[in-house]
Design a protein around this ligand. Structure first.
Ligand SMILES: Nc1ncnc2c1ncn2[C@@H]1O[C@H](COP(=O)(O)OP(=O)(O)OP(=O)(O)O)[C@@H](O)[C@H]1O
Ligand SMILES: Cc1ncc(COP(=O)(O)O)c(N)n1
Length: 277
């Protein structure tokens, strides 16, 4: 049965403290009023201080989870986050080819804490198997540098990288996120021969754990609602800016963003409280 409710699926790793990975994706889907579903690739013991351990789910079990979802509740859009090994990439690519639906690829490679979440041997595989299937690929600067094989030092380089991801590596669209550059936090989208830039003031905060997961989850939710790519990225940028703007101050390290931040921006007392942080 096809549902009129927008349905989104995330295929990714976990964060038991709820700031990144599957947990961030599901919170984001809910806030965007999209029914969220999840397939787990790796269970990650992590918190705001870093990654303590990782347990990969066996391949056949990842495959079975995907099958269980698609046999019953076919999503309208899917995203992938942490996919640690080339073998996982292959089976996920096969499932995506069969499903043929909007696909958001967040090429998660290294956690902000520095822990490697994707084996080095997967980096070439992701380029050849998953990037060409992506409706949109959403790398941060270090991930984009690995995918396009040149350094990104400024906005021009980020634009060049976004274009290479589309024209040479085969994604339909690419947004290179500017969280790791200096100055304003500017994201660069390349889609259908045009560039779009999404700037915001950079907020001086350590609470940015899971920003990339949250950003790509919004894009997925909006594509599930059949919004255009440009609209989806624009909504994602506004949502993540609000999520960073109203920090929760949770944990002893780099804390999570506030997934209900967008609901607080119209609350004057909350806005003032956070204006000078
Ligand atoms: N300090 C900041 N102030 C404002 N916006 C930010 C800041 N840091 C990141 N962003 C925005 O958050 C989004 C995610 O960007 P970022 O480059 O941090 O992704 P990421 O490194 O993949 O995130 P993560 O690995 O934590 O999931 C982008 O829209 C970026 O512009
Ligand atoms: C399961 C999973 N997926 C993605 C990230 C990246 O988020 P961050 O770079 O903020 O640590 C993470 N830490 N864990």
């Amino acid at each position: 049965m096809t549902s009129s409710i927008p349905l989104a699926l995330t295929i990714a790793g976990t964060d038991p403290t709820g700031g990144a990975g599957i947990q961030a994706d599901l919170k984001t889907f809910q806030e965007r009023e999209v029914y969220g579903m999840s397939v787990i690739t790796s269970v990650v013991a992590q918190n705001t201080l870093g990654v303590q351990d990782v347990h990969h789910i066996p391949l056949s079990f990842i495959e079975q989870q995907i099958k269980s979802v698609f046999e019953d509740v076919a999503p309208h859009a899917v995203k992938t986050g942490m996919i640690a090994t080339p073998e996982m990439m292959d089976i996920i690519a096969d499932s995506l080819k069969r499903a043929s639906l909007p696909y958001v690829l967040d090429p998660v490679m290294v956690a902000k804490s520095g822990h490697v979440l994707m084996e080095a041997s997967s980096q070439k595989i992701i380029q050849n198997t998953l990037v060409p299937l992506a409706t949109i690929v959403t790398p941060n600067i270090p991930e984009a540098e690995i995918l396009v094989n040149f350094k990104i030092n400024n906005l021009d380089d980020a634009q060049k990288a976004a274009r290479v991801l589309v024209e040479e590596l085969g994604a339909q669209a690419a947004v290179v996120k500017g969280g790791h550059l200096r100055g304003e936090a500017i994201d660069v989208l390349y889609h259908e021969d045009s560039f779009y830039t999404f700037p915001t003031a950079r907020r001086n905060t350590k609470h940015t754990h899971g920003t990339g997961c949250t950003f790509s989850a919004v894009i997925t939710a909006e594509l599930a609602k059949q919004r255009s790519i440009v609209e989806a990225v624009s909504t994602a940028k506004k949502y993540i800016t609000d999520a960073i703007q109203f920090p929760l101050n949770i944990g002893h390290g780099n804390g999570p963003t506030n997934h209900w931040g967008h609901r607080l921006k119209d609350t004057p007392s909350k806005r003032e409280e956070n204006e000078h942080v």
